[in-house]
Design a protein around this ligand. Structure first.
Ligand SMILES: CC[C@H](C(=O)O)C(=O)SCCNC(=O)CCNC(=O)[C@H](O)C(C)(C)COP(=O)(O)OP(=O)(O)OC[C@H]1O[C@@H](n2cnc3c(N)ncnc32)[C@H](O)[C@@H]1OP(=O)(O)O
Ligand SMILES: [Co+2]
Length: 137
């Protein structure tokens, strides 16, 4: 596991949250991207070395909709950068962590991603992110 790749924040209204975080971080949203397979619409802001991912549910079955219904808006997950997501997934599985998919999935912002169930990670939803090489986009 390398640096924190982003902090995921669940929001009810992506536009309003984007405006708020632009003021808070004094930096513009640099990308808006829907990941239909995840049921989310995302907005990204970069503040120094830190990346913030705002997440709005794009359908009622979205994990973000369920999260907000249960816990309200707020920090949803921590994503870590990995060099080799398949190797990290195998290592974590071997260590007894519960992975939420058998294979990496296509995430936002040109990443391959996989999630670790919060029940096996001390109550924190952890995401692994491997950048997709330019030639493979
Ligand atoms: C991929 C695009 C983008 C990117 O970065 O590229 C994203 O980050 S997409 C982010 C949205 N997608 C996901 O979150 C996928 C992984 N999440 C899941 O599969 C589910 O949300 C899961 C399994 C974590 C929870 O789903 P479930 O249907 O089991 O919901 P429950 O409310 O029953 O939760 C069970 C249990 O877990 C606790 N929980 C749920 N979400 C979180 C969370 N984000 N952080 C910490 N804990 C969480 C929930 O409170 C329940 O615990 P309990 O003690 O029973 O209340
Ligand atoms: Co994320």
């Amino acid at each position: 596991m390398n640096k924190i790749e982003h902090i995921g924040i669940a929001v009810a209204d992506l536009k309003a949250a984007g405006d708020l975080y632009e003021k808070l971080l004094n930096t513009p949203v640099y990308k808006i991207e829907e990941v239909a397979t995840e049921g989310v619409k995302t907005a990204f802001l970069q503040s120094g070395p830190n990346k913030v991912e705002l997440l709005e549910a794009s359908n009622p079955d979205s994990p973000i909709a369920k999260f907000i219904a249960k816990k309200g808006e707020g920090i949803h997950h921590i994503a870590f950068e990995v060099d080799d997501i398949n190797a990290e997934m195998a290592r974590l599985k071997n260590e007894g962590f519960i992975l939420l998919s058998d294979e990496p999935k296509r995430g936002a912002d040109n990443k391959l991603v996989c999630f670790v169930h919060p029940k096996s990670a001390g109550g924190v939803l952890v995401e692994l992110c491997q950048s997709i090489a330019q030639e493979n986009l």
